[in-house]
Write a protein that binds this ligand. Sequence first.
Ligand SMILES: [Zn+2]
Length: 200
Amino acid sequence: MAIDVSKIIHAVMEGSKIRESKGIIPLFGVYLSLFSVYYYNRLSFDFEIKMGPQREAEAKALLIEAAQECGYATFHGIRDSWEWEQVVTPMVESKEDQILGFVAVAVAFGWGDLAIVGLDPGEKLVMHASDSYEARGYLEQYGLATSEKCYMLRGVAAAFMDLVYGADYPDGCFTFAAQEPRCRAKGDSYCEFVARRSSG
Ligand SMILES: [Zn+2]
């Protein structure tokens, strides 16, 4: 059976109606919350700006690393959950299907209109987003960028590969590293994330 993306999105949307008293959404084995994209983008991009031009590369690396670790732990929890077992596992026939499942959950979480355009098993993932909230937010708040800006999705793309082709959790994080050769924030028509095995 192929992965039914709409079924996964529907399960997340239904499940996310349940809130704890503090607004926390316990879903797919992890704790989620509604979060302002504007606020998240300000934290992220202002951190980069405050670090200054000399430490820009360091700031960018930290943001991507944080996203990758977060994506790795979060999607490990999701894959281990009761909901995943009930909804997604029956549709998974291969390792690659797991990545399709991850992407469907990420889309349902509102992380972007992600689409897998290339997957070389064990080696390379190519993912596109035509409306990344980071790119849109950057353009709205700071204007056209001189470099790519979607640090969250970049880390997450590599985390998906880490979970499927890296060593067992928790040792597989950073087996892969992702680049973003195209980004709407710098004027491209879509964002492109390419995850490959880390060289280091
Ligand atoms: Zn981008």
